[in-house]
Design a protein around this ligand. Structure first.
Ligand SMILES: Cc1cc2nc3c(=O)[nH]c(=O)nc-3n(C[C@H](O)[C@H](O)[C@H](O)COP(=O)(O)OP(=O)(O)OC[C@H]3O[C@@H](n4cnc5c(N)ncnc54)[C@H](O)[C@@H]3O)c2cc1C
Length: 383
């Protein structure tokens, strides 16, 4: 396999690198690189900077802001963005609902939502999972019943990431209880300020507030907010979840964190056991990167290649392994997550354990790794 870039692609890489390292605020990039939490305003500012330069949604159809780049260019864009510590465009907008609307929505709905989605003028939340409907998503129980021109929605969603910032939520709802469970689901877009909709925080193991419960109590949703055909929600969800898996292997970010681990390790990076561990991780990341390129190159008509499940599985395993290396390098200091500015411990050490704990989630969301193994067994290995 040819690994060297052509002169043209090399030039493209330089352009991306220059843009990301000079046009996106240094403060935002430093926050990402040092593993601190971004504010909503920083995430919005960063995406709007990218969108202003046509770099927020290059994979969308060109009429809605896409760039018609080659698969390799898209890969380079993504990798350079992550390497520079630029927050990747909000996945709910850029990778999930945007491509869904471009593919399934009416022209009117596209015009209404796509430009504001690309520019993060609307912050989208994902309302799929429910208690007892995570891996078995088709069992979802939130109902939408037609009443005049409206839908009336009742039920509960859970694990809604950053729902506290959400303006709108794309939801899967049961619109026909009397058919096979996959056949009675639809997708509705719901304004999160609608009366009857409540967002409640869930506290995570690292002490942060990242996920929420969303409750619907007689929430009235205009009939026109239905995406695509009535009861076609399962098809739309499968399309969306496949895209979610493609974006979920953060190769560039994991490479950056590993390089940082090496530099923070100092002389210890040369100790045989640590050196071997780092070399193994670097090799595994290279293999993952090649798989990512293969997946991108084999996606047709916006349908992801089934190997996207391999990306999800290995990408999250490596992300977790590198966070574990950081904890080991920090040693006992890693336990001091509550240390403040007066502590003599180096600041990076305080972030390692919370980050390690937080990243346990990566093998659960976007379809748990056990489920990915089943997809790989069935669709790739034919078992
Ligand atoms: C941090 C975080 C953020 C999330 N954000 C969102 C969001 O914004 N919006 C949203 O809609 N959802 C979100 N999710 C939900 C996520 O998609 C689900 O957690 C996930 O699909 C798993 O479902 P579950 O939690 O119900 O676990 P369950 O499905 O109950 O699974 C529990 C365990 O059993 C295993 N298991 C289940 N079925 C099988 C099987 N058939 N074979 C083998 N093993 C099996 C699972 O792998 C898992 O280990 C988020 C989850 C997390 C943790």
């Amino acid at each position: 396999m040819q690994l060297a870039l052509s002169a043209e692609d090399q030039k493209f890489r330089e352009e991306m690198r220059t843009f990301f390292t000079t046009e996106v605020s240094e403060d935002i990039r430093r926050t990402v690189i040092e593993g601190r939490e971004l504010t909503k305003e920083q995430i919005v500012e960063s995406q709007q900077t990218l969108n202003g330069a046509g770099l927020a949604v290059p994979h969308w159809p060109t009429e809605w802001g896409g760039r018609d780049w080659s698969d390799l260019q898209r890969h380079i864009w993504n990798e350079e963005m992550q390497r520079a510590g630029v927050p990747t465009p909000l996945a709910f907008n850029a990778s999930m609902i945007g491509p869904v609307l471009a593919q399934f929505a009416s022209q009117e709905m596209k015009e209404r939502f796509l430009p504001r989605t690309a520019n993060l003028d609307i912050w989208w939340s994902q309302g799929f999972s429910e208690p007892d409907a995570g891996s078995d998503l088709a069992s979802l129980r939130t109902t939408a019943v037609r009443d005049g021109d409206d839908w009336v929605v009742n039920g509960q969603k859970t694990w809604t990431t950053l729902g506290q910032y959400g303006d709108w939520i794309f939801t899967l709802v049961r619109t026909d209880p009397d058919v096979k469970k996959q056949a009675g689901i639809s997708m509705l877009l719901i304004d999160m300020t609608t009366p009857g909709l409540t967002v409640r925080p869930i506290e995570l193991i690292d002490g942060g507030h990242e996920v929420n419960e969303v409750w619907f109590d007689d929430v009235r949703v205009p009939g026109e907010n239905l995406v695509g055909e009535l009861n076609s929600g399962w098809t739309i969800a499968k399309f969306l979840l496949g895209n979610e898996r493609v974006g979920v292997a953060p190769v560039g970010t994991t490479k950056r964190v590993l390089a940082r681990a090496k530099s923070l390790a100092g002389d210890r990076a040369a100790e045989p056991l640590t050196a071997a561990r780092i070399a193994d991780l670097e090799n595994d990341l290279l293999a993952l990167e090649l798989t990512a390129l293969r997946v991108v190159a084999n996606s047709t008509d916006g349908e992801p290649h089934p190997a996207s499940s391999v990306l999800k599985l290995r990408g999250t395993e490596l992300q977790q392994a590198v966070s574990e290396l950081m904890v080991d390098l920090a040693g006992p200091a890693s336990i001091a997550s509550g240390a403040d500015g007066s502590s003599a411990l180096e600041e990076w050490t305080h972030h390692t354990t919370p980050t390690y704990l937080n990243l346990r989630k990566a093998s659960i969301y976007g379809g748990s790794n056990e489920i990915q193994r089943q997809i790989i067994a069935r669709t790739i290995l034919g078992l």
